[in-house]
Design a protein around this ligand. Structure first.
Ligand SMILES: [Cu+2]
Length: 491
């Protein structure tokens, strides 16, 4: 990063303070984010009405907030260890709240649906950046309105930097690409069309127009040298099977919660599967491609049958639903003229963490039936804390997501847990089918795809006390009730 030296200076000065002093200290970075209706030139011709975040730096590093050039919110560049204060201003015609997806923050700063603020109100968030360097989303989270608010354009990226990561020597500056992938249905007036037809709600809303960083027909000028490519699926519901159009493998160096450890990555994969709000980071050496080569990031066609199931019967019985995807071009990689500067695949530091034995295990059954989503048989309500999963502070727990034993539609559900990063320790049922080779279960995760008929177990250790939520990240499923509270209490 251009401000790498400044980053080091700030972190060193922070580290020198006793934590008690730091806790009482003023924020290092103070930002303001405003959500409001707007019109943006997304396509040729008429402007597209959107809802979007705009922002400004109130105090601290000017480069902590970089405005987007379409409807997406500004990209926040935060440094691990920094204290951050963010003022959210709601200038929308309805209630909203911002959630920092994947960030481990105190309960009061998490942006739960029950904390949504009314139009014209403000909310201030205070937190310290404790997550590893990586790529994290932010987005609205009001109950029953998240899907439409995100679809209208409310979403953005937080990139966390860490001087320790800078030492690895990963490509940076212009060779550090962030690729935010969304799909929309667009009408003749360039408006985003949101459908509430039953099939669109069951599969989740999908569109046939791909937007990258808020732009159609995206292309990136690419120098003939290694790049870091951050892939972020910010779509409401679409699952992507991402690949290079020339068939060369992808080199995975990171997942939701930052870089893989040295003994689990880099990984060579023929393609990478990304569910809603999952992220994957790649290291790709474009020096092997000729200038002008026809190269694109694509989503390959794939089949996935979902439908009425039940343990032992498997998906696909009775009502059927196509949850697969057609072939789509995501973005062109325009290989520039100039000398090839090949690189070597980076060595990633550290080893896979040894997970402490978990004496506590919780299970959540997933179900979607009659246009309603259920977790352990209950639909979400802001004030429903009955039977909330109860975790203990700092106590390791195994959390199982069972997508095969409830009656109802068996659909893929990307399950997201607030307030933690977890490790996937078991996947049973092979519901991924032909997608299995591209499902990355390594590294730190905050969202995991649970395919029809599968049970996926994750290991986590909550470090923030209070009330949080977990939910399906197909935003239509979440809005239709597939969300629940859990609590973290002292021992
Ligand atoms: Cu779901």
């Amino acid at each position: 990063m251009r401000a790498a030296i400044l980053f080091v200076v700030i972190l060193v000065s922070l580290a020198g303070l006793p934590s008690r002093v730091r806790a009482a200290a003023e924020p290092d970075v103070e930002l303001e984010l405003t959500a409001a209706p707007d019109e943006v030139a997304v396509f040729k011709g008429k402007k597209t009405p959107v809802w979007r975040y705009t922002g400004k730096v109130v105090k601290g590093r000017k480069e902590s907030l970089i405005p987007g050039d379409s409807y997406l919110g500004p990209t926040m560049h935060l440094i691990r260890g920094e204290r951050v204060r963010i003022h959210f201003v709601n200038n929308l015609p309805e209630a909203s709240i911002i959630h920092w997806h994947g960030l481990i923050v105190p309960h009061a700063a998490d942006g739960l649906p029950s904390m949504a603020i009314k139009p014209k109100e403000r909310k201030t968030y205070d937190f310290t950046v404790v997550n590893p360097a990586g790529t994290y989303p932010y987005h609205p989270h009001p109950h029953m309105r998240t899907a439409t608010q995100v679809y209208r354009g409310l979403a953005g990226v937080i990139i966390i930097h860490d001087p320790a990561e800078d030492k690895i020597g990963l490509p940076n500056g212009k060779q550090d690409l962030c690729v935010v992938i969304q799909d929309r249905r667009v009408d003749a007036d360039n408006k985003f069309v949101y459908s509430e037809a039953m099939m669109d709600m069951v599969s989740g809303m999908r569109g046939d127009t791909i937007l990258v960083n808020g732009r159609p027909d995206a292309s990136f000028p690419i120098e003939r040298r290694p790049h870091r490519v951050r892939l972020f699926n910010a779509s409401n519901s679409r699952i992507y099977k991402l690949a290079w159009s020339d068939g060369s493998p992808m080199h995975v160096i990171g997942t939701d919660g930052g870089l893989l450890a040295g003994d689990e990555g880099p990984q060579k994969r023929p393609f990478v599967v990304l569910g809603p709000f999952e992220r994957v980071e790649l290291w790709e050496d474009f020096s092997t491609r000729k200038p002008g080569a026809d190269l694109s990031l694509i989503s390959e066609k794939f089949a996935m049958n979902a439908g009425m199931g039940g343990r032992g019967r498997g998906p696909g019985m009775g009502m059927m639903m196509n949850m697969g995807g057609e072939k789509l071009r995501i973005a062109r990689m325009e290989i520039q003229e100039g000398e090839a500067k090949p690189g070597v695949l980076p060595k990633l530091p550290g080893t896979k963490p040894k997970l402490a034995e978990a004496k506590r295990e919780v299970t959540t059954t997933l179900a979607f039936r009659m246009m309603r989503g259920f977790l352990n048989g209950r639909e979400y309500k802001d004030d429903d804390l009955l039977d909330a999963e109860k975790l203990k502070l700092n106590e390791p727990v195994i959390w199982a997501f069972d997508n095969g034993s409830e009656m109802g539609m068996q659909l893929p559900h990307p399950m997201h847990i607030h307030g933690v990063q977890f490790r996937v320790i078991e996947r049973k049922g092979n519901g991924a089918g032909e997608l299995a080779k591209g499902v990355i279960d390594d590294g730190w995760k905050d969202t995991v795809l649970v395919f029809p008929g599968e049970t996926v177990k994750v290991h986590l250790r909550p470090t923030e006390r209070g009330l949080f939520i977990y939910h399906c990240h197909i935003l239509e499923h979440e809005d239709m009730g597939m969300m629940r509270h859990f609590s973290v209490a002292d021992k």
